[in-house]
Design a protein around this ligand. Structure first.
Ligand code: FAD
Ligand code: NAI
Length: 478
């Protein structure tokens, strides 16, 4: 009896304390969410991380995983382990695998479903961080959703890898074991890959596929097969890599052409079918109806074995629903104030690709915003977010990349920057450009050191080494 009394005395305050903790709900398991969690986890907070994805995805490695340069083991970190390590011994954070469907800002509750049957969870919050990222934007172009492949999630890269290998095997069977020209067109179709969108995602992917064709297909299937592979990169704007300075973007374009990629700028996709794509000269937004009709009359249809849609991103349904319920007018994301607080809602913050904060949708921005909001929640003090841009990098496959780096203002008199690359055109000397192998080494070193665990670093080293010695993985993922 005495022991029970003692135990009750010991336990009661602890339960009260648990209830007294500030309840933080973080939606998402990506760059923004994880950075926020790591900063705000503390014994006086009760944090629930909600996401349908039970892993953190290291997106910079996605393009290389889709052609077997690396395995997904290196790019995915199990989320539970990350949440536990952020929470430490205070056990102040937990992970719930669920899809947030609705945010009731009046009752400060998130309604999430655990499965497709719609089993509902009601999660109340004192503070909410919306870090659900974005999704591929199809712009309502017919057939994209149904027939295109994407490069946004880990499973997209698995599907793409399987499709490329499957098409390759079918084509090889037809080339080696049929006679005459009966299957000439089908072989051509199977080996023609379209990558739509000449942003960083499309350029990095086209470069990886070209390396795969040139090195691994040639090595394992023969030069005659490798020579038949066509990779077409389609970009609606007059040039690729809009976020980069033009001369650097042109270096990237020329490098892709050298690798055998057919780069078509000022060309827009207007329709996608199961085995074909319709392309037309692109028209500016303010084009007249007549100009648009003329462009459409010049449209052509080309057969394809695989089409990857990397034409940009748009808001997720949850974000659109919340923006609408708050009376926001722009449905591309959640409008936030300078403190990253969602306009029109109390105690709700939005970060990363889900937020319209005036910055590019990059991992760099999402991670910094996550840290900022995590600190603000931990300290109970809002303050304006200031972005610290370090530069941009784009990998161009084996041994090549471009980098546009910002010289830190504190080191303007530090001569080391004089030795790094060349000044970027029109940048007043505060930006340096690096290309070729040095930029590639920088890309690899930077992304290697930024991996989240030693396990991933080992795995990535092994992948890079295996690809160097044995070539890329050509086993179809199951
Ligand atoms: P994400 O990282 O996308 O995370 C969103 C999370 O929310 C996911 O875990 C998702 O499962 C979860 N979620 C989705 N819906 C819900 C829901 N309803 N409820 C709960 N959770 C939900 N940026 C760079 O700076 N450098 C790079 O080299 C780079 N490379 C890239 C390569 C590729 C192939 C891609 C696609 C992007 C790349 N980016 C890069 C961009 C970068 O990945 C994004 O800007 C970044 O992931 C945004 O972070 P986020 O936290 O906002 O969203
Ligand atoms: P993006 O929006 O940067 O590029 C998409 C491209 O597709 C645009 O250039 C657009 O003009 C083009 N496009 C749109 N519709 C088209 C159509 N119908 N036909 C042909 N072309 C069309 O998207 P991306 O590349 O996926 O990048 C998203 C974000 O992720 C960006 O902020 C980017 O900087 C970041 N990212 C950064 C990387 C890096 O730093 N290395 C790598 C990958 C992504």
């Amino acid at each position: 009896m005495g022991f029970l009394k003692f135990a009750a005395k010991r336990m009661l305050p602890a339960v009260e304390k648990e209830e007294e903790k500030e309840r933080i709900v973080i939606l998402g398991s990506g760059w923004g969410a994880l950075s926020a969690l790591r900063k705000c986890a503390s014994p006086n907070k009760s944090i629930v991380v909600v996401s349908p994805r039970p892993h953190f995805l290291y997106t910079p490695l996605l393009a290389s995983s889709s052609v077997g340069t690396i395995t997904l083991r290196s790019a995915c970190e199990p989320l539970r382990a990350l949440v536990e390590s952020a929470a430490g011994s205070s056990h102040s954070a937990t992970f719930v695998r669920a899809d947030a469907r609705f945010i009731d800002t009046k009752n400060q509750t998130v309604i999430a479903t655990t499965d497709s049957e719609g089993t509902e969870l009601h999660l109340s919050y004192d503070k909410l961080v919306v870090a659900v990222g974005a999704m591929p934007n199809t712009f309502g172009i017919p057939g994209v959703q149904e027939h295109a492949l994407f490069l946004k999630e880990a499973e997209d890269s698995v599907k793409l890898h399987a499709k490329l290998l499957n098409n390759l095997e079918k084509a090889v069977a037809l080339i080696r074991h049929t006679k005459g020209d009966t299957y000439k067109k089908e072989i051509e179709r199977l080996l023609k890959v379209f990558v739509i969108g000449g942003g960083p995602t499309g350029v990095e992917l086209a470069a990886e596929i070209a390396d795969f064709a040139r090195n691994d297909v040639a090595r394992r299937y023969g030069d005659d097969i490798a020579d038949k592979i066509q990779i077409v990169l389609v970009e609606a704007m007059p040039r690729v890599l809009g976020p980069f300075e033009e001369s650097l973007a042109n270096i990237a374009r020329d490098h892709l052409i050298e690798k055998g990629v057919d780069v078509r700028t000022a060309t827009a996709v207007t329709k996608v079918d199961e085995q074909s794509v319709t392309l037309a000269p692109s028209t500016p937004r303010n084009a007249t109806a007549e100009e648009k009709a003329r462009a459409l009359s010049q449209a052509s249809v080309e057969e394809t074995g695989a089409l990857v849609w990397a034409a940009g991103i748009g808001a997720r349904p949850l974000v659109k629903k919340l923006a609408k319920s708050l009376g926001q007018k722009d449905m591309r994301g959640l409008i936030v104030d300078e403190n990253l607080k969602v306009k029109g809602a109390e105690n709700v913050y939005a970060i990363g690709d889900a937020a319209l904060s005036g910055y590019a949708p990059t991992a760099q921005v999402a991670a910094q915003q996550g840290k900022h909001i995590g600190r603000a929640i931990r300290d109970g003090k809002n303050s304006p977010f200031v972005y610290n841009h370090a530069g941009s990098l784009c990998c161009l496959g084996s041994d090549n990349a471009i980098a546009q780096l910002l010289v830190p203002s504190s080191s303007s008199s530090f001569p080391v920057w004089e030795m790094i690359g060349k000044p970027v055109n029109g940048s007043n000397g505060d930006e340096r450009a690096l290309t070729g192998k040095p930029a590639f080494v920088l890309w690899r070193s930077l992304y290697f050191t930024k991996l989240l665990s030693t396990g991933s670093r080992f795995s990535l080293c092994a992948d890079w080494l295996k690809a160097q010695i044995n070539g890329r993985n050509v086993v179809e993922p199951v």
